[in-house]
Every structure is written in structure tokens, then in C-alpha cells.
Design a protein around this ligand. Structure first.
Ligand code: AMP
Length: 502
């Protein structure tokens, strides 16, 4: 019985030590190096007496170093939480307030930046880490991990302006990755091309399915995602045969006709995606150029360990048809509940997708209120405590009993693959001097966030101020000034009327 994810790294480091494990623009690590460097980090953490079961922040630019730090933290019996080095200070401070870490792994240069945040704890400098063999101390720390212990906390947008830290255990990742590697038959011969940032849950599939099987993980340079031809050439050059990207990244490639210019037919075998709606119009382009590849639409929120349903594309679709999100994964149950919490089983009836299973997060870090609202007692079970996660996603079954994603119940959106609560942007805007009323809507047709404000302001001026509070991807693409904001019968801003102005 497996109690922690490190058993995978123990296995690959022992049986395929010289195989390529991780590659970025700067370095290549074998599984032995991956393991020994992680142990070096764990030794340092344990020597300092930090932990167990405490948060350690990783503040390093996306690279192999981040993954080594993650594993080092896990080996020390603690859990990791990555903070994006591009994140504005206000938001970093909000995360630090929730997480209260006392240890940050970073580089000497980045530590100077980090000192400007509200943080008084210690630093561990990555460049001072040495490769080490496992000591008894590390072994004891690993032996004490049980599968209900946290492996990581990933922060996601919060509607009140405070990011929510999703708490995921070793057991949830083991359960998910076992399913991934069996379903897609991933082995040491495979090469994965990573797109997802490590603070985004799609990266869980990349990190752990390679660590478990001995497959290589190539961290694709971010700049290539706006240059589709060099991007596909990169995949070809490195023999990347499996990708798991957000649809936005796949769409850039298909829209710009890059598949026509670079032949990846003999190379790419699996094209997996998750995180937002994949339009069949774009998928059909990919399918035309890669007729033999496996395509799969995975669905799921961070709160259920990356994904909980999957549809392996098995038939032709018209450009306008929706692509199903499929069926629950093994050891996961999906319940579609209507407004009165009755189970929906018939096709074409809309309900909220709710999830039951080992993949469920242990709620939001230090946020009982939000946890209780989303992780609730199964309304169909009045006999014992059983939590389900209410995703807030509206779905229905089609005639084949496949799940079809329809829309959100609330004001959460997906923009270029990023999960955003419009409320988080509104909270930031409301704090700007002179603005008393504001409202954010998502313009699906133009894929942009539209901000309505009641004061004359230019978009650049607003965004210049917002940039210090929220990430770039949350900045409004359009600002509309409405001195007289429409108000509905409840006295709230009338979003329906504003939507008509998009
Ligand atoms: P995140 O927590 O960032 O993974 O975002 C989860 C949300 O993204 C879900 O609740 C959905 O609203 C959306 N989502 C994820 N996967 C899909 C998919 N395959 N199709 C449509 N929406 C998706």
C-alpha cells in the first residue's frame, strides 16, 4: 500500500538512475540527480528543525529547480506551496497572510525581492543545496507521512479578493496518477512536454506521471507558446510524444495553421487537455493533422486534484457540436444535482456537477467558511458523514449518457486558461481612489474581461494601478465608463443590463 508520492521517485531513481527525468532551458537532471538533490533539500530543512506538516513556499522562476524543491519539501515531511515570481506584491502578501509560512526556498537574487513582502521567516537558498544520499533522518521523515497528509497547497482566485489555498493530500495524487498512467499507458519510453505553470493544477499530471513511470519531462520555454511553429519544432526536436495543455495553448497552434508547417504526425501520440472548453472547430484541425493520436478532454477543478472526468475522443464531431467531458474517472463518482439537490439521471436536464471520492481536497487552507460552502455533506446520504465537492459547474447528460459542460453558476471565469473570480478584480478596482461602483463581466465573443466603472478613467491608467494588486492575466481588456450604473430591484448592479452593452 502506497502512503506517499515519494515512493515513485525512490523507484525511478533506483531502477533507472541515469534516465533523463527533467529538462529545462538551463539543465537536464537524471532521476538519480532529481532524487539526490531533493534529498539535499530535505536534509537542510530537517537540520533546521522545520516541520513536520508545515507549509514551505517555493519562490523560483519556472524551472527544474522548482520541481526539485517540491520533492525536497515532501521528503522533509512538509508540504509545498508555489508562489509565482510574477505575482504582484499585494496578492503575494494575501497568500502569505493565509499560509503563514516560516520557510521559503528561493535563490539569493529572488530572496531580495521576497524580503519586500510581509514575511519574517527564514530562507533556504537553492544554489547552496548539495546532492545527498538518504540519511536515517530523511527516511524517518518519509516513513511518518501518511496518505491523508498534505502534499501541496495551490492558491486559486477567491471572489472576496483573498486567494483560496486548495489543500491536496498524497493520497489524492496517488489515486489520480494511478488512473492517468494506466489509462494513457504512460511508460519510461514517453516524453511529456509541459505547458502548465507549476502553480496551476494541470501540472500535477506532468510532474507525477513522469516521476512514477520514468518518462522524461520537458519544461517547454514559455515564450514558445506565442510562436506556434518553433513550438512544434521544439516538440519534434525533443521527441515529445505526449502533451497535456490548456485548450488556449492548443488553439494558438491550430488557429495559426502551424500544424501545416511542421509535421508532428510520427511524433505526437497523445494530445490531452483540461481547464476550459475545447471548441471542436479547433480540435478538428488537430485531429486532421494527427489522425492516429489519442485526444482526451479531461475536466476538473483544483479542488478534486486536477481532473475527475475524462472523454477519450472516439468519434467525429461537427465544428459546432460540444465536446463531452465524458465519464467519471475510476474511484471517483459524479453526481449531477438539480436546484433541489435531486439526482439528475435523465438526458438534457441541467444540474450542478458534484464530486465524491479520494481526489477531494481537504478544503481551503485556514478558510473554514469557504470550505463549508463548497465541501458539503452529500445530500443523498443522511446516514454518515460523507463530503462532496460542489463545483459550481452546470452540466447535463447527452443521449449517450456522456457529461456535457454548459456554464458556470457563479462569476468564476476561465480566461486564457486562467481561473479567475470576477469578484477578485472588482475588489481590487473598488480600492482605487474615486471609484465607488464597478462591475466586471466576461465578453466570451472577444475573450476579454470588461470592466464597468462610474468614474471617467482611461484603461491604461486603471490597469497601471491594478497591476500592483492582481496578476496581468486578470487585467481588464476593455473599460466602459457608466456614470449612471444600472441597478436592479434588489438594489444591486444590474449585470444583465450591463451584459447587453458588451
Ligand atoms: P481550475 O481549478 O483552474 O482547474 O479550474 C476549474 C474549472 O475550469 C472548472 O470548474 C470548470 O469551470 C473549468 N474546466 C475545467 N476543465 C474543463 C473542461 N474540460 N471543459 C470545460 N470547462 C472546464
Amino acid at each position: 500500500m502506497q502512503s506517499n508520492v515519494l515512493e515513485w521517485l525512490e523507484y525511478t531513481a533506483k531502477y533507472m538512475p541515469e534516465k533523463t527525468a527533467l529538462v529545462d532551458e538551463q539543465e537536464l537532471l537524471t532521476f538519480r540527480e532529481y532524487h539526490d538533490k531533493s534529498i539535499g533539500i530535505a536534509e537542510e530543512i530537517l537540520r533546521s528543525g522545520y516541520g513536520p506538516k508545515k507549509p514551505v513556499v517555493v519562490y523560483i522562476e519556472k524551472s527544474v529547480k522548482v520541481l526539485v524543491s517540491f520533492m525536497g519539501i515532501a521528503y522533509s515531511g512538509n508540504f509545498y506551496s508555489p508562489i509565482d515570481t510574477e505575482m504582484p506584491a499585494t496578492r503575494v502578501n494575501k497568500i502569505l497572510e493565509v499560509l503563514k509560512p516560516e520557510l521559503v526556498i528561493t535563490t539569493k537574487v529572488l530572496a531580495d525581492e521576497f524580503k519586500a513582502f510581509a514575511y519574517q521567516g527564514r530562507f533556504l537558498f537553492y544554489e547552496e543545496i548539495e546532492e545527498r544520499e538518504e540519511s536515517e533522518k530523511v527516511q524517518n521523515a518519509v516513513d511518518s507521512i501518511i496518505d491523508t497528509d498534505l502534499l501541496y497547497v495551490l492558491f486559486t482566485s477567491g471572489s472576496t479578493g483573498v486567494p483560496k489555498g486548495v489543500c491536496i493530500t498524497h493520497g489524492s495524487v496517488i489515486d489520480y496518477i494511478d488512473w492517468v498512467t494506466k489509462t494513457f499507458e504512460i511508460t519510461e519510453k514517453d516524453v511529456l512536454g509541459n505547458q502548465a505553470p507549476f502553480y496551476f493544477d494541470n501540472s500535477i499530471l506532468d510532474i507525477y506521471s513522469t516521476m512514477k513511470t520514468g518518462a522524461a519531462l520537458y519544461i517547454i520555454p514559455q515564450k514558445l507558446f506565442s510562436q506556434p511553429v518553433p513550438l512544434l519544432e521544439y516538440l519534434k526536436e525533443h521527441g515529445v510524444n505526449t502533451i497535456f495543455w490548456v485548450p488556449s495553448a492548443l488553439i494558438v497552434v491550430s488557429k495559426l495553421r502551424a500544424l501545416k508547417n511542421v509535421d508532428t504526425k510520427g511524433i505526437l501520440r497523445r494530445v490531452l487537455f483540461c481547464g476550459e472548453v475545447m471548441p471542436n472547430k479547433q480540435l478538428n484541425i488537430w485531429r486532421k493533422f494527427l489522425p492516429d493520436a489519442v485526444f482526451a478532454n479531461l475536466y476538473g477543478p483544483t479542488e478534486i486534484t486536477d481532473a475527475c472526468t475524462c472523454y477519450i475522443v472516439d468519434r467525429a464531431f461537427g465544428d459546432e457540436e460540444p465536446l463531452p467531458i465524458g465519464f467519471p474517472m475510476r474511484n471517483t463518482d459524479i453526481m449531477v444535482l438539480d436546484d433541489e439537490d435531486h439526482l439528475v439521471t435523465e438526458p438534457e436536464i441541467v444540474g450542478e456537477l458534484c464530486v465524491r471520492g479520494t481526489g477531494l481536497a481537504r478544503g481551503y487552507y485556514r478558510n473554514p467558511e469557504k470550505t463549508q460552502a463548497a465541501f458539503v455533506q452529500n445530500p443523498l446520504n443522511d446516514a454518515y458523514e460523507e463530503k462532496i465537492y460542489r463545483t459550481g459547474d452546470l452540466v447535463k447528460y447527452n443521449e449517450r449518457h456522456e457529461l456535457i459542460y454548459l456554464s458556470r453558476k457563479d462569476f468564476q471565469i476561465k480566461h486564457m486558461g486562467h481561473r479567475i473570480e470576477l469578484g477578485e478584480i472588482e475588489t481590487a478596482v473598488s480600492s482605487l481612489p474615486g471609484i465607488s461602483l464597478c462591475c466586471c463581466l466576461y465578453d466570451e465573443r472577444h475573450s476579454r474581461i470588461v470592466l464597468f466603472i462610474d468614474q471617467e478613467r482611461k484603461k491604461d491608467e486603471i490597469n497601471g494601478q491594478l497591476k500592483t494588486m492582481i496578476p496581468e492575466y486578470m487585467l481588464p481588456g476593455k473599460v466602459i465608463v457608466k456614470e449612471e450604473m444600472p441597478i436592479n430591484a434588489n438594489g444591486k448592479i444590474d449585470r444583465v443590463r450591463l451584459k447587453e452593452l458588451l
